[in-house]
Design a protein around this ligand. Structure first.
Ligand SMILES: Cc1cc2nc3c(=O)[nH]c(=O)nc-3n(C[C@H](O)[C@H](O)[C@H](O)COP(=O)(O)OP(=O)(O)OC[C@H]3O[C@@H](n4cnc5c(N)ncnc54)[C@H](O)[C@@H]3O)c2cc1C
Length: 362
């Protein structure tokens, strides 16, 4: 049995920031990640971030991961890699961890922060399981982490920020992006990203979806079709695409199975990405001692995930009784940064979602 003050499940930007903050308060911290490396989504992000200097603006995602990992090394945080949290025993508050493929260990923590991130959504259409059809995250991992091109001619499904950014990265790797389609009537991502791919001659077709994919053993092509304002397919508008790769970037869902299992109260809030845990202002869920941060709390961005992680780490350590004298100031500073990140029209969706969650929490 491993005993610790604060366990952090997930070593992405939220989890790393949580671990650093809790360790700074004086807590013994154990961070667990199922991957062989800490960093979460940041590891595959080669583009530079937006935002302010405090949130590492103009720094590439994988460099941010390296900065956070260096900060973690300077603190005595226990790191468990290749280790997946697979269950929670409610009666005695013990987490079940699977180390590698066949070793199970128990972990008991005074407080736990769940920072497991998100999973990609898929789309329903005939033959959607043909090899050659990927989630955008998988394509990023192949290209940016392992240097493997996913194919030669790609159809990107989804014109949100992820679809646009991954399309640009595909172009940079020398892959042809035949088109970007989106069922919505307008481009969902930032126009700065859309302009970059358009300048390379990639058409962005809004109000289009995938009718079907085809191929014998692997993807050989797809038919796309226009949809009306009710997302119904319009017969006669089909276009055949000669592609060998399809990349699905139609959104993310919070990865919250562990929270369901622990009995946390959950609510369905579309603006936050689906089912999300009810939490208080300290990021504690309705199960005492279990905190949440980052994409597992709501689908947002790495910058806000880092600040939320920081808040959850400070609060979890403080609730045990740790304080290096800076708790109140650090918490106040983080709350101000989070509010600033969520201000203006870009933050409206998240603000509305959080309001709805607060209303439905009772
Ligand atoms: C293509 C793309 C571009 C993006 N660009 C930007 C950008 O420019 N700026 C920005 O701010 N954000 C950006 N984001 C969003 C950002 O990457 C995420 O919001 C952020 O990574 C969320 O951080 P997180 O720590 O919550 O989750 P993640 O980064 O997903 O980390 C979760 C970690 O938990 C681990 N884990 C999951 N389940 C378990 C388990 N059961 N046991 C142990 N470990 C587990 C995973 O291995 C992973 O390491 C982008 C995302 C994508 C996909």
């Amino acid at each position: 049995m491993i005993n610790t003050d604060v366990a952090v499940i997930g070593g992405g930007p939220a989890g790393l920031s949580a671990a650093i903050a809790a360790a700074d308060m004086g807590a013994h911290v154990t961070i667990i990640d199922r991957n062989h490396e800490l960093g979460g989504q940041l590891l595959k992000q080669t583009h530079m971030f937006f935002g302010s200097r405090e949130e590492y603006a103009s720094t590439r995602g994988f460099d941010i991961a390296n900065i956070l990992k260096e900060e973690l090394k300077e603190r005595s945080v226990e790191v468990l890699l290749n280790t997946t949290a697979v269950g929670y025993y409610k009666d005695d508050g013990v987490w079940a961890l699977e180390e590698g493929e066949d070793k199970f260990v128990k972990l008991k923590a005074k407080k736990t922060i769940v920072a497991t991130g998100a999973m990609e959504r898929h789309l329903l259409f005939p033959n959607n399981d043909l090899p050659g059809i990927y989630g955008a995250g998988a394509v990023q991992t192949l290209m940016n982490q392992y240097g493997v091109m996913p194919g030669k001619k790609v159809l990107m499904v989804g014109a949100g920020n992820i679809g646009l950014i991954v399309s640009y990265q595909l172009l940079q790797a020398g892959v042809e992006v035949s088109a970007i389609i989106d069922a919505a009537p307008a481009i969902g991502g930032y126009l700065v990203h859309a302009s970059k791919v358009r300048r390379q001659g990639v058409p962005i077709l809004t109000s289009y979806t995938v009718k079907r994919a085809y191929g014998n053993e692997v993807l050989e092509g797809a038919t796309i079709v226009k949809v009306d304002e009710g997302f119904r397919q319009i017969p006669g508008t089909e276009i055949d695409m000669d592609i060998d790769t399809m990349c699905i970037a139609v959104g993310l869902n919070p990865l919250v199975e562990l929270l369901w299992q622990a009995g946390c109260k959950m609510r369905y809030i579309p603006q936050l990405g689906g089912h999300v845990p009810v939490k208080d202002e300290d990021y504690e869920t309705t199960v005492k001692g279990i905190y949440v941060a980052g994409d597992a709390a709501e689908i947002e961005e790495a910058t806000s995930a880092m600040v939320e992680g920081r808040l959850a780490g400070l609060n979890a350590a403080h609730a045990i009784g740790f304080d290096n004298g800076n708790y109140a100031r650090e918490k106040d500073n983080a709350l101000k940064r989070l509010n600033a990140l969520r201000s203006g029209p870009v933050g409206a969706k998240i603000r509305n979602g959080l309001l709805k969650l607060a209303e439905e929490a009772v």
